[in-house]
Ligand binder design. Structure first.
Ligand code: ADP
Length: 242
């Protein structure tokens, strides 16, 4: 295995406040890694640095062998880093298929337009299949349930050919069935992508996570399996016991 993403000596200082205080983190190709930690631990800031929204004060981020520091957001997307936010980017008035097509077209070269005119592109067909949204392809996204909308967003990311997907609390607000379906979707996506998920739900972690990184006050507190981190007194103190 080789590293998909390597963060070394990362710090981010906002007006004298250290939001990230010396993080080293390696996520190997094909991993499904969960990132947890109490509010303010630095999870979002870390993802913001990886996706080019925030510049680090010190340190290095190497993605698939290439430094991301100093690159713009769109350059990082084109290198193969996709991200969902807690706020939805789905266009409600467009159908599921149109949303996927639109996302795909952001990185499709012109020569592929002829192919798209003939029908659904391979990337869109693949996204419909993995998200199981095929039967809803022609429905407006506005009628989708909360869970289906999240899956559509993951599908939209997948059409852009990412190597690494960063998902920010994807199961927040979902029903039990939707959580289960999301866990299965993540597991299948992780068969040929690297996935980093910010998630708090311990029950969800117990079912779907193998490796978990716990952040606290801008540092890595501990890394390990769900059982290892759950039984660690430091984690109970800062996270579970709050
Ligand atoms: P988490 O996602 O783990 O809840 P964040 O990465 O959002 O944590 O925040 C880490 C810390 O950095 C928090 O104390 C937050 O208030 C602070 N922070 C985040 N972004 C900014 C910013 N743009 N300016 C100042 N402080 C910030």
């Amino acid at each position: 295995m080789s590293a998909m993403i390597e963060v070394r000596g990362l710090s981010v200082v906002f007006d004298g406040f250290r939001a990230i205080d010396g993080i080293d983190l390696t996520v190997e190709q094909g991993e499904l890694r969960f990132l947890i930690g109490p509010n303010g631990a630095g999870k979002t800031t870390l993802i913001d640095v990886i996706t080019g929204l925030t510049r680090p004060t010190t340190g290095e981020v190497v993605f698939d062998g290439r430094s991301l520091v100093g690159l713009r957001e769109h350059q990082i997307v084109r290198l193969g880093v996709g991200r969902t936010f807690q706020t939805s980017v789905v266009f409600e008035e467009l159908t599921v298929l149109e949303n996927l097509d639109l996302a795909a077209s952001f990185r499709q070269p012109l020569w592929s337009l002829a192919r798209r005119r003939r029908g659904v592109s391979d990337a869109v067909a693949g996204a419909l299949e993995i998200t199981e949204l095929g039967p809803l392809a022609d429905r407006p996204a506005g009628v989708l349930s909360h869970g289906q909308r999240q899956w559509l967003e993951i599908g939209m990311l997948l059409t852009q050919g990412p190597k690494l997907l960063l998902l920010d609390e994807p199961v927040a607000g979902m029903s039990k069935d939707e959580r289960e379906r999301t866990g299965e979707l993540m597991t299948s996506v992780a068969r040929d992508h690297t996935v980093i998920v910010i998630e708090h739900d311990m029950e969800f972690l117990r079912r779907y996570a193998s490796q978990v990184t716990v952040l606290h006050e801008g540092r890595v507190l501990i890394e390990g399996s769900v059982d290892q981190i759950r039984d660690d007194p430091r984690v109970q103190e800062v996270y579970l016991g709050r």
